[in-house]
Design a protein. Structure first.
Length: 263
């Protein structure tokens, strides 16, 4: 059973953290149990290094609702595209709206099955990721994704409660229905989407929280496009269909050849 393919980009990503002067700080922070680290300041430092290699174009920030919570859903290209795109989005929203972002992130490194759904955690990864997430406790909501974990159900229940509280506090929650790396930058098959993302979108709609699609793709070799679309309310109560609906809205923002099943 292979590990998540984005780990192949890890040496390159670590290099960017090193050049930004963050490696020693983060290692020390994890060892000391640091909490509440400022994700926006770190994002700015890291983005400076990443944009030396790739220009990141962020468009549509005016579509992010102001002074209310919302759910941002995004597609999941390779990490060398996704990381600078997400950093640009985090910084852009903070500077434009002044709101806090809560990233709903898997709390382990998964072993991947054929349909990209993680069933087992890489040994030791739960403790490592927990320490990393703890450092950014104001901005990361940990979500167990692998079913072999004893806290799979209870951990996901706690995550949903934190997310709903974030909405009430007018924060922005960010999640990917794909939850795995796309093949060639094109949107993945609909049978690989995570039901949990769909359930969250349904819950958000029930309390009047809009969903905002964000499309991310590489344009040529040196440019990354980040397009924020119009907010919408999920039209179904079915979690699978909700995840598909969210991805279809993202696809509308992407070039035709990257829309996958929505072409």
């Amino acid at each position: 059973m292979p590990i998540a393919p984005e780990l192949g980009k890890l040496p390159e990503i670590v290099g960017s953290f090193y050049r930004a002067g963050l490696v020693k700080e983060l290692i020390a922070g994890m060892m000391k149990g640091e909490t509440g680290r400022d994700i926006v300041l770190d994002a700015k430092r890291l983005l400076k290094e990443l944009e030396a290699e790739n220009q990141v174009n962020l468009m549509g920030l005016e579509n992010v609702p102001r002074n209310v919570g919302c759910l941002i859903v995004f597609n999941h290209p390779n990490m060398d595209t996704l990381l600078p795109a997400m950093l640009k989005l985090i910084v852009g929203i903070n500077e434009n709206c002044g709101q806090q972002i809560k990233l709903a992130m898997g709390s382990e490194i998964p072993m991947m099955t054929e349909n990209y759904v993680g069933k087992r955690a890489v040994p030791g990864s739960v403790s490592l990721i927990r320490r990393f997430h703890q450092m950014y406790s104001n901005n990361i909501i940990s979500v167990p994704n692998t079913e072999d974990r004893k806290d799979f159900v209870s951990g996901r229940t706690v995550a949903v409660r934190k997310i709903m509280r974030a909405f009430k506090e007018n924060n922005i929650v960010v999640i990917s229905p794909e939850g795995h790396v796309e093949d060639g930058g094109a949107i993945s098959r609909v049978d690989t989407y995570h039901d949990g993302s769909g359930k969250l979108a349904v819950l958000a709609t029930k309390v009047g929280i809009s969903t905002v699609p964000v499309a991310i793709w590489e344009e040529g070799n040196k440019e990354i496009e980040v397009m924020v679309g119009q907010p919408f309310l999920i039209s179904t109560g079915d979690s699978k269909l909700a995840a598909i609906e969210a991805m279809s809205e993202i696809a509308k923002l992407m070039p035709e050849d990257l829309r996958g099943p929505f072409s």
